[in-house]
Design a protein around this ligand. Structure first.
Ligand code: C5P
Length: 340
């Protein structure tokens, strides 16, 4: 039996980087949001042993370093199952693009494997395995609007935002996430030196790392997010709340909340064309535009599908690779994941 799974992408609605931790990861706070763009994963289990990965895209590794390989290996063990697993990845999302493509592929493999084997892991065990393979995986076990904490692997479903029209711009360049974090550390160190302060987070080697605690920045995002998500309730008259629930325009509230992605501070100076891409999205009418994760993908949220469609035409004329899609609510994410 072969099963096909849609492996949907995510964007980050704000991302704040905090302290470098003793394990070499960074504390962060972010809101993940699943979107309609996706890869397709076909997975089958036959006689024998081993994991085979097939993919036309030469940038996708086919060995044990592939997240799909790692998660299937962990899941087979946890499910006490045997067999030869063949995974075919139809790549449509950018590689190293900040859309969580490789992480989503891995979660799609886990879900596909369970379906083929007709065995299910407890939800907590799935989350544990996903977090072991990578920080960006667990969000795809939740879908919709998701709060990410810790190194990004601690995930909590938020009240789902309504679906927004969205335009995704995918520049050719790939950004390495570890390098972007390293550049963040370097800047934080320089900043500390300028102010005559020292940062003391300890590295796994026992040496000193460079970044201070940064919790004020993460708290700031936390306050912005809370204000954004609760404003319709907290600022509307009681009768309005009772009648209309989540009243107001969530997009305008998002802009007012001033949510930002810290990676822009290190990635834009390195790749100035990405800053240009964000400006082009804003000029094309985006209510809110940002880098996703560490990039290189940029996205813009629009007030209507027509406005998003017009923006795609205009951006393509300017030479940008732009695609229109929409954000996916949790319900839409789960109802479409196996429907292909
Ligand atoms: O967890 P994942 O494999 O996606 O992380 C890739 C790399 O990105 C890590 O090895 C680490 O260097 C960096 N990272 C980090 N802090 C995070 C997430 C990732 O420093 N919160």
């Amino acid at each position: 039996m072969t099963v096909t799974v849609r492996s949907f992408a995510k964007i980050n609605l704000g991302l704040r980087i905090g302290a470098a931790r003793a394990d070499g990861f960074h504390e962060l706070r972010t809101v993940y949001q699943t979107i309609g763009l996706h890869d397709a994963i076909r997975l089958s289990v036959g006689r024998g042993t081993g994991i085979e990965i097939r993919c036309d895209d030469p940038r996708v590794p086919r060995d044990e370093s592939n997240t799909c390989h790692r998660i299937v290996s962990c899941a087979l063990e946890a499910l006490r199952a045997k067999g030869r697993v063949v995974i075919e990845i139809e790549k449509r999302l950018p590689v190293q693009g900040g859309l969580g493509g490789a992480s989503a592929n891995a979660v799609a493999c886990l879900l596909g494997l369970e379906r083929v084997l007709k065995k299910t892991l407890p939800a907590g065990e799935r989350l544990r395995i996903a977090a072991k393979v990578g920080s960006d995986l667990p969000l795809f076990l939740i879908g919709g609007t998701v709060l990410g904490m810790g190194r990004g692997e601690q995930v909590y479903p938020l009240v789902d935002l309504p679906s927004f029209p969205c335009v995704v711009v995918t520049p050719e360049v790939g950004v390495s996430t570890p390098k972007a974090f390293a550049e963040w550390d370097r800047r934080a160190q320089d900043d500390a030196a300028r102010r005559g302060r020292s940062y003391t987070a300890s590295a796994p080697s026992g040496g000193k790392l460079t970044v201070g605690d940064g919790s004020d920045r993460m708290d700031e995002l936390g306050r912005g997010l809370s204000a954004w998500l609760s404003e319709p309730y907290s600022s509307a008259p009681h009768s309005l709340v009772a009648k209309r629930g989540r009243a107001g325009n969530p997009l305008l509230r998002l802009v007012r909340a001033g949510i930002e992605n810290d990676f822009e501070q290190v990635v834009f100076p390195e790749y100035p064309e990405l800053r240009e891409g964000k400006r082009a999205l804003e000029r094309a009418g985006a209510k809110y535009a940002s880098l996703s994760g560490s990039g290189s993908t940029l996205y813009g949220l629009f007030g209507s599908k027509t406005a998003a469609g017009r923006a795609v035409v205009s951006l393509r004329k300017q030479g940008w690779a732009a695609r229109a899609t929409s954000t996916l609510t949790r319900w839409a994410y789960w109802s479409r994941i196996f429907d292909c």
